[in-house]
Design a binder for this molecule. Structure first.
Ligand code: C2E
Ligand code: CA
Ligand code: CA
Ligand code: CA
Length: 286
């Protein structure tokens, strides 16, 4: 710290300063990082709770920063959203992921439980971008896969109060056969009746519900809530995916509650694409 009477600015919390500099530094480094190929994608399997088969994977982006090492998306996605870089970055993630889906489909065939699918996260900024539908069509065509290879995850909070203009591109994608999943469901206080209006086919139940299933038997109130959500989802023809499954007890309780697919460290951490291929093969043969 500087001597009293010096520049007051320099007396500010040094840690907050460091954070701000890093944030600023990361923000300005983002565009070049995309050009230099510093981003990479890890894939986390989605497993059917009934039979344990691998049905697909969620694509999760990471940044291999030359000075700071591997950065998780929570560090840079908000910055990319703020600067608009999320549009080209998101397009890059979709392109890589859809190509990966094609490769899995070629190597794995249709498997015993149907062709593998890829889930890609869509930021609200991408949803509002006019090129979304055409970009998606182009990416699927270039990769030579059918739209059912792709599921786009949109958070519940991004769609709360969404008007028809925002829903239109999602409807067009859904009509083409792309699945739409409502991510982090249960955190956004959305009107449940509102669900009927949204072109979604999957609910992804937020990790906070899974955490409530840690003890066996789980808290009876948590059980009732999840039971209610699953019943509602199924009555609307929506599949239910649960995230953040870390233990066998959680998986078992969520299976009994009627959830369809699960994702979490209990099955696998996010990892390189070959890992998913191995897991899919393992469950096809054994
Ligand atoms: P999300 O979409 O809710 O993704 C799930 C997060 O939970 C991932 O964190 C995943 O690694 C983590 N996770 C998976 N299984 C478990 C588990 O069993 N226990 C716990 N505690 N965590 C688990 P990650 O990879 O750090 O991603 C964080 C968020 O960043 C994602 O949350 C998503 O909102 C965003 N994100 C990731 N990739 C992209 C992307 O390509 N585009 C956009 N727009 N957002 C992305
Ligand atoms: Ca997600
Ligand atoms: Ca989620
Ligand atoms: Ca989340």
């Amino acid at each position: 710290a500087k001597s009293a009477g010096g520049n007051r600015f320099e007396l500010a919390d040094p840690e907050a300063d460091a954070r701000a500099i890093t944030r600023h530094g990361l923000t300005t480094a983002l565009p070049a990082a995309l050009d230099r190929g510093e981003f990479f994608i890890e894939y986390q399997p989605l497993v059917h709770l009934g039979d344990g088969s691998v049905r697909g994977a969620e694509a999760l982006v990471r940044w291999l920063h030359p000075q700071h090492g591997v950065l998780g998306p929570d560090r840079f996605i908000p910055l990319a959203e703020h600067t608009g870089l999320i549009v080209p970055l998101g397009r890059w993630v979709m392109e890589q992921s859809v190509r990966q889906a094609r490769e899995w489909r070629e190597r794995h065939g249709d498997g015993s439980s149907g062709p593998l699918r890829i889930n890609v996260n869509l930021s609200p900024c991408q949803l509002g971008h006019p090129g979304l539908v055409q970009d998606t069509v182009d990416i699927l065509e270039r990769a030579g896969v059918t739209p059912d290879a792709l599921c786009l995850e949109v958070t519940e909070s991004a769609l709360i109060g969404a008007d028809d203009d925002l829903l239109k591109p999602l409807r067009r994608l859904a009509d083409m056969g792309v699945d739409i999943a409502l991510d982090d469901f249960g955190t956004g206080y959305s009107n449940l009746a509102n669900l009927r209006r949204l072109p979604v086919s999957v609910l992804k139940l937020d990790r906070s519900f899974t955490q409530g299933m840690q003890q066996f038997p789980a808290d009876p109130v948590d059980l009732k809530i999840v039971e209610g959500i699953v019943a509602l989802a199924h009555s609307l023809d929506l599949a239910v995916t649960v995230e953040g499954v870390e233990t066998g007890a959680q998986a078992e309780q969520l299976r009994i509650l009627g959830c369809d697919t699960a994702q979490g460290w209990y099955y696998a951490r996010p990892g390189p694409p070959d890992r998913l291929h191995e897991l899919a093969l393992a469950d096809a043969t054994g």
